[in-house]
Write a protein that binds this ligand. Sequence first.
Ligand code: F3S
Length: 284
Amino acid sequence: MEVGVAKYSGYCFGVKRALSIVEKTLDEYSRSGKGVYTLGSVIHNPGVSKKLSSMGLLSVKDPEDIKPESILIIRSHGMSPRILRYLLQKNIKIIDATCPFVKKAQAKVKKLENQGYFVLVIGNRGHPEVIGIKEQLDDRNVKVIENSIEASDLDFKKKIGVVIQTTQTADRVKSITSVLIDKCEELLICNTICDTTKKRQETAKELSKKVDVMVIVGGKNSANTTHLADISLSQNKSTYHIESFNEIDQEWFKKSDKVGISGGASTPKKDIIDIKKTIESFDS
Ligand code: F3S
């Protein structure tokens, strides 16, 4: 059995950068007695979250749970300016690990608003990155849409400006923007899908066409990993999305000569290697 790994898979630049900022901050403040917090997990990967928590990182869901005068690291997904203001009032030191690609999308929406566009953010409305982008603007000037049905329900606008969640698939964006053409006089699309995401999606798509079974590795709550699994499934019905090698079922590979593996931007390389080794061991 041949087991191949997609050329672009595993940690992206933004995740590596955020993790290095977290480790450096924990190291710097470990003896200060001040808590080091994140709002939600640093990355959507349960194994990594567990490791960071054992190193002393406090991950909380509610900004009210962050103690005054402690340290808060903004995750790679970014943060809403409303929450940031609240934390600064509590004298919390902010360390910003927002991915530069997310920063770019945040800057784009502000520019569009200043230029008089009604701003649409294409993405998952519950995702922290999307919330952080949307909340850069006055609520009256921005809306999040998830699909073409929501796009067709929009009222007509003179000028619509579009910004895209960095991890969306190009196909979903195309299906939405084709509807938007009839919803305004002027449509300006800023393609803020990050390059890393594009490469991961393209290589996973190509590999899934060539293999009998495709395995996508990464958190089930990770937007970019879920998109990879959807893309792979559209090309290959024998696609399995797993978080660790414990979920692998030998039965999946019984009639397979070729297996492909890809991992999301928040998947450690080690997880991908462990899974590759486990699958290869079925062949011996
Ligand atoms: Fe940044 Fe793209 Fe990764 S937006 S966090 S480089 S998936």
